[in-house]
Write a protein that binds this ligand. Structure first.
Ligand code: FAD
Length: 257
């Protein structure tokens, strides 16, 4: 059996020159937990060319959705950015990942901190009613360079609160905090700085982030993870794993090659 499902592209949306998303069919045998990623890609010269991608869609959704960067000389995305409806994409059969609610101790507020395409796993998580259960608030923070990179903003702000099944939970518990570093915007600054200096919780009228009560999920660039990982360790936060629930979980949004 091949390691990949062959799925058909159903829609493609280009957000900016560097970001696009697409949906595709989903084999009923493909099951994943909210927050996981799998290897996806294309057949190139008769061989699979695949990279890690987080699922954006809900685990209950009949179709799959992915958010992708466009790296102009990137082996995969220089090609993937040209996919069209009806094309075939490869979807790895074995989803994995650390950004799981089950790896966290229940708590007061769960901060989901994502930069760039690091938003992707959180899109799947906020579409899962079970994400909301152990927490009072889910604070979704998306950091980008420019305003047009704040993908899914309308869906988060306008659609999810009116969703048939999720609407009530989203209205009661989801707080969205988009922030931009290189343009004027309602919220400005790096995700890390905004947490370190306490501005973000203060802006939202929430108490300062507290290891005893709050939980963190982090998905961003290697640089962000290094900064934040050092801060968490220095402040004695315990990392959650498959076997031990902790106070935070972390995943790279990409690796530098
Ligand atoms: C756990 C995990 C989950 C991932 N999930 C996603 C996802 O949901 N969406 C997604 O677009 N990518 C994701 N990536 C990155 C993805 O696997 C590929 O690196 C990306 O698709 C580019 O592939 P490529 O072959 O074109 O270029 P690569 O050779 O893979 O990358 C070339 C360079 O582009 C830069 N780069 C790669 N990916 C990104 C990115 N996402 N944002 C900013 N710069 C980047 C890096 O500097 C890298 O060195 C994930 C990576 C990991 C490790």
């Amino acid at each position: 059996m091949s390691a990949f499902f062959e799925e058909r592209v159903l829609s493609v949306h280009h957000w900016t020159d560097t970001l696009f998303s697409f949906t595709c069919t989903r084999d009923p045998a493909f099951r994943f937990k909210s927050g996981q990623f799998t290897m996806i890609g294309l057949m190139v010269d008769g061989k699979p060319l695949v990279r890690a991608y987080s699922m954006v869609s809900g685990h209950w959704d009949e179709t799959l959705e992915f958010l992708s960067i466009k790296v102009q000389d990137g082996p995969l995305t220089s090609r993937l950015q040209h996919i069209r409806v009806g094309d075939t994409v490869l979807i790895g059969r074995k989803p994995v990942g650390t950004l799981l609610v089950e790896s966290l101790q229940p708590g007061r507020n769960l901060y989901m901190l994502g930069t760039g395409t690091g938003l992707a796993p959180f899109m799947s998580l906020i579409r899962d009613p079970e994400t909301y259960e152990p927490f009072e608030k889910i604070v979704l923070v998306h950091g980008c360079r420019t305003v047009d990179e704040l993908v899914y903003e309308d869906l988060i702000k306008d659609e999810l609160p009116h969703h048939e099944l999720l609407g009530e939970l989203v209205q009661e518990k989801l707080v969205y905090y988009p922030t931009v570093t290189r343009e004027a915007y309602a919220h400005q600054g790096r995700v890390t700085d905004l947490i370190f200096n306490g501005k973000l919780p203060a802006d939202l009228g929430l108490p300062a982030v507290d290891r005893e009560q709050d939980r963190i999920m982090l998905c961003g660039s290697p640089g962000l993870l290094a900064d934040y990982g050092a801060w968490l360790k220095a402040n004695a936060w315990v990392e959650g794993t498959n076997t031990h629930r902790g106070e935070y979980v972390i995943e790279k949004a990409f690796v530098e090659r």
